[in-house]
Write a protein that binds this ligand. Structure first.
Ligand SMILES: Cc1cc2nc3c(=O)[nH]c(=O)nc-3n(C[C@H](O)[C@H](O)[C@H](O)COP(=O)(O)OP(=O)(O)OC[C@H]3O[C@@H](n4cnc5c(N)ncnc54)[C@H](O)[C@@H]3O)c2cc1C
Length: 294
């Protein structure tokens, strides 16, 4: 059923990098909930795998002295959903993780796998885009490349990671990108459980002291373009505006250059255009309300 040529055991990040360099066609496997499906569907054939699921240096959540939240790449969703620091500072990340798959999936699937799989529907991505998360990527030469999560996705199912040479190790969320912001994430699916997003939207809002102006605004969508995307054209329109229904009404496809929704068997293009407006507005209102506005 699974066409696996060889399974490598690795004890450290360095070990994984050595194995993938010495053995071309070796795939990293974390929770395996995407990789094993691809193998079963024979989209991946004749591969060797190296598991990172038991490497302790790739697991856990911490906050450093500057208030940066650090999530290690092989941390499972259940550990994010239940983490006290995440629930205190960025509960919307926990909310997004809690909508992934089923309890069984959330117990084994990882945040790193969700990012590196490159899926346009990945639930963790829209909120990480508005959090301007930084990704720490280690390579076979012992170097660490740091990229903005907004630069990770290069096409459908494609990322800027060099598969045979690099591993995602950490996700950093700086204090300046979460403190003082309200966030929300809305996943639209045809049913509530075990459903990937037909369209997803995350919003981050910072208000002025009087709570009557939008000091900062960030919005991203999944499944509305070939990759999950921030909508900077819309952000520019909304920053500095009053907290009002008129400002919320600016959230509409006509004001968003970055999105190109398509027809698919899950939803028509027209329905997705309607969702862009509807769930964009809902998440913005929710994020504003969480900061005491509206
Ligand atoms: C029944 C079911 C329901 C699902 N529902 C959802 C859902 O609702 N929402 C959603 O977003 N997803 C869903 N998924 C997809 C999947 O569970 C997630 O994408 C998950 O986060 C993948 O994590 P993983 O650890 O299992 O990744 P894996 O399958 O182990 O790996 C995925 C990819 O990432 C690479 N990779 C993993 N970790 C690293 C790393 N640290 N560095 C470099 N490359 C790495 C692997 O080589 C592989 O290419 C579902 C899957 C199943 C089977």
């Amino acid at each position: 059923m699974y066409d696996i040529k060889k399974i490598h055991q690795a004890n450290s990040v360095q070990d994984v990098l050595r194995i993938i360099e010495e053995n071309p066609n070796t795939k990293i496997i974390s929770g395996g909930t995407d990789v094993l499906i691809k193998m079963k569907e024979r989209k991946l054939k004749d591969v060797e795998i190296v598991s990172i699921g038991d490497i302790s240096e790739l697991k856990g959540i911490s906050i450093d002295g500057n208030g940066t939240i650090i999530i290690k790449a092989a941390t499972c969703f259940i550990d994010i959903i239940t983490n006290a620091d995440i629930l205190r500072h960025i509960p919307t990340l926990a909310k997004a993780c809690n909508q992934i798959g089923s309890p069984q999936i959330r117990n084994i699937a990882t945040i790193g796998g969700n990012l590196c799989n490159g899926a346009v529907s990945a639930d963790v991505v829209p909120i990480l885009l508005v959090l301007d998360a930084e990704l720490h990527i280690n390579n076979v030469n012992g170097e660490v490349r740091i990229i903005d999560v907004n630069d990770l996705h290069t096409g459908p199912g494609q990322t800027s990671l060099d598969d045979g040479k690099e591993i995602l190790t950490e996700i950093h969320i700086k204090k300046v990108n979460y403190q003082g912001y309200g966030f929300d994430y809305f996943k639209y699916g045809k049913r509530n459980a075990m459903e990937i997003a037909t369209l997803g939207c995350a919003t981050g809002v910072k208000l002025n002291e009087e709570k009557n102006k939008i000091a900062d605004f960030k919005i991203s969508y999944s499944v509305a373009a070939p990759t999950p995307r921030r909508c900077r054209s819309l952000e520019r329109l909304i920053i500095g505006e009053d907290v009002s229904q008129d400002t919320i009404n600016l959230i509409k496809p006509e004001n968003i250059e970055e999105l190109k929704p398509r027809d698919s068997w899950r939803a028509s293009k027209d329905f997705r255009l309607q969702l862009i407006k509807e769930i964009g507005r809902r998440t913005a209102i929710e994020a504003i309300r969480s900061q005491g506005g509206m």
